[in-house]
Structure formats: C-alpha cells, structure tokens
Design a protein around this ligand. Structure first.
Ligand code: HEM
Length: 217
C-alpha cells in the first residue's frame, strides 16, 4: 500500500486536493444558494446579520472536525502523499475550533448567556439538541487543549485518550445539526452529513479491528 502511494504520489495529490476543495465549497454554496446569495445580509443591522450568519460557522466547524478525524485516522498513508500533513492537521484543528467559537459567540450575542446555557432560546422540544451542542463544545475544548499542550508532563500520557473525544464531538454535533440546522435537514447537506457519518463509522471500525487483531496476536 505504502509503495503504491509513493509510486502514484502526484495522482493521489491531485485527487485528494480536488476532493478537499469540493467538500470545503459545498456547505458555503448550499448556505448562500438557499438564501439567494448575500442579499439577505444587506440592509440588516449588525446584530440581525450575526443572527442570520451563525449557522454557516457551525457548518464549517463540523466539516473541519470531520476532516480532522479523517486525516487523523489515515495519517500513516497521507504522510506518503503530503509529508507536511501533520502540520496541516494541527493548523486545521485550530481553525475548526475558531469556527465553532464564532458559531457559539454569535449565538451568545444574539441571545443571552442564561438562555444559551440551557438552550432556552429554542422551542422546548428542540432544547435537548442545543444542549448536545453545549456538551460537544466542552469536549472540543478539552480535546483541542490536550492536543495543543500534549508535550506538558501532565498530558503526555493521556492526551491521545482525550483526543479521542473528537469522535464523541462528531456524533453529538451530527445529532445536533441534523435536528436543528436549517441547511442540514434536507437537500445536498443532509446527504453530505450522511456521507461524513458513514466514513467516520468505517474509520472507527477499522481502528478497533486493527487494535483487536494486534492485541490477540
Ligand atoms: C462543537 C460545537 C458545535 C458545532 C460544531 C455546531 C455545528 C452546527 C451545525 C453544523 C449546524 C447546522 C447549521 C445549518 O444547518 O445551517 C448547527 C446549527 C445550530 N446550532 Fe450548532 N454547533 C455547535 C454548538 C452549538 C451550541 C453550543 C449551540 C447553542 C446551544 C448551538 C446552536 C445551534 C442552533 C440554534 C442551530 C440552528 C441554526 C439554524 O437555524 O440553522 N450550536 N450547529
């Protein structure tokens, strides 16, 4: 496999780059297309614009979390094609976190902190999906902090375990967004989200089957 990747490095570089660009473009295209371009942001106050745009940051936060999981679980192969992929993985992790931070900060600006805490700005039957978003955020803070400070004595042993929280974050946000999102409950993004979920499940099965076969040898 490694040799095959080395021999076809250029081809795989192009394929992975095109794949990355297409996936990155899709959430933004769907978001603006369903709103008729950027005109919905015109003639609105800054506060209303923030309330209208915050879902876009959620879409990108989640898409980048998916990329992080995909890169992390295939890093052995990807380094053959992209030798600096680890650096990209680290930078992308920070960018994903910043997108999530903006998603949440914009909700805090739109509503109040008290309403945010228990998602009281949502109808009662949907609050649970807001609270799942809160949990996802706390876990994301832990896993990002652990990865950033993994060289510290206290974290050296446990950071990898804490970093696995990203899988939990992924599934929490999947449920959160499929139930709350205005763009993810139908159309292209619903299918993109299903594709994300399928690939994460496959990489989890792959990871655990490798672990199991190693420990039984
Ligand atoms: C790891 C943290 C989070 C991520 C990655 C995330 C991601 C997402 C995504 C992908 C959507 C779908 C957007 C769309 O369909 O356009 C969404 C929607 C939403 N999120 Fe989050 N979210 C997070 C945390 C939170 C938190 C803590 C709250 C507040 C309780 C929240 C409130 C909402 C709301 C109200 C929507 C519906 C927006 C709409 O009308 O489309 N999210 N989020």
């Amino acid at each position: 496999m490694n040799q095959f990747l080395e021999n076809n490095k250029t081809l795989f570089r192009y394929i992975s780059l095109i794949f990355f660009i297409l996936i990155i473009l899709l959430p933004g295209l769907v978001f603006f297309q369903t709103r008729g371009g950027v005109s919905f942001l015109e003639k609105t106050s800054l506060k209303s614009a923030i309330a209208l745009i915050f879902p876009l940051f959620g879409l990108y936060g989640f898409t980048l979390i998916w990329f992080q999981i995909m890169i992390g679980s295939n890093i052995r192969y990807l380094t053959k094609i992209w030798p600096k992929i680890f650096l990209f993985h680290r930078t992308e992790g920070i960018i994903a976190f910043l997108f999530v931070l903006v998603h949440i900060s914009f909700i805090l600006i739109t509503y109040s902190f008290e309403k945010f805490l228990e998602a009281r700005f949502l109808p009662e039957n949907l609050r649970i999906f807001g609270i799942l978003g809160n949990f996802a955020f706390y876990l994301l803070v832990l896993s990002t902090t652990a990865a950033l400070f993994r060289q510290k004595k206290l974290l050296r042993k446990y950071w990898r375990f804490i970093h696995y929280f990203n899988y939990v974050v992924f599934f929490l946000v999947l449920i959160h967004s499929l139930n709350l999102g205005s763009d993810t409950q139908s159309g292209a993004l619903k299918y993109l989200w299903y594709f994300f979920a399928t690939t994460v499940v496959i990489s989890l099965i792959n990871k655990f089957s490798k672990r199991f076969s190693l420990s039984s040898n």
